[in-house]
Design a protein around this ligand. Sequence first.
Ligand code: ZN
Ligand code: ZN
Length: 141
Amino acid sequence: MKLTPRGPEVDAVVRLLEDDSYASAEALARAIIKTVADELDLRDWYALTHRWRDGTRGINWGPFASPIEALRVAEYIGAGQFGAVKLYSPGVLVANAKGRKNTAGYCRRPECGHAPFLHLMAGSGRGGCGLSSCGCPRFTK
Ligand SMILES: [Zn+2]
Ligand SMILES: [Zn+2]
């Protein structure tokens, strides 16, 4: 998987590396792996689909960071027909429904964390959160 680290992903790992409360290098490594997985869960990915020459379905492979990366692998492998399909982020799917604390693009108010579109329009901006269970008065970037 070839990817370019994004700002929020780098920031999340830097926060862990600068946190000296981990008891061991192993504990820090576990936290880093979980954090990176959590961050990458917010990305869209691609799968390489495959059909054999006789039309029967092959195995779908992934994830890849881009359709170009997926199709380059297909070109290398060669046998059969390949295609690339987008896999929308499972992290965003869940975050749009449940909210996501402390994440760029979601409301930064500690009691909220919901997606912008869940906040009602107020003039040219976003006002209070539309979820009745949430008391957030105004979308905060
Ligand atoms: Zn909310
Ligand atoms: Zn909010």
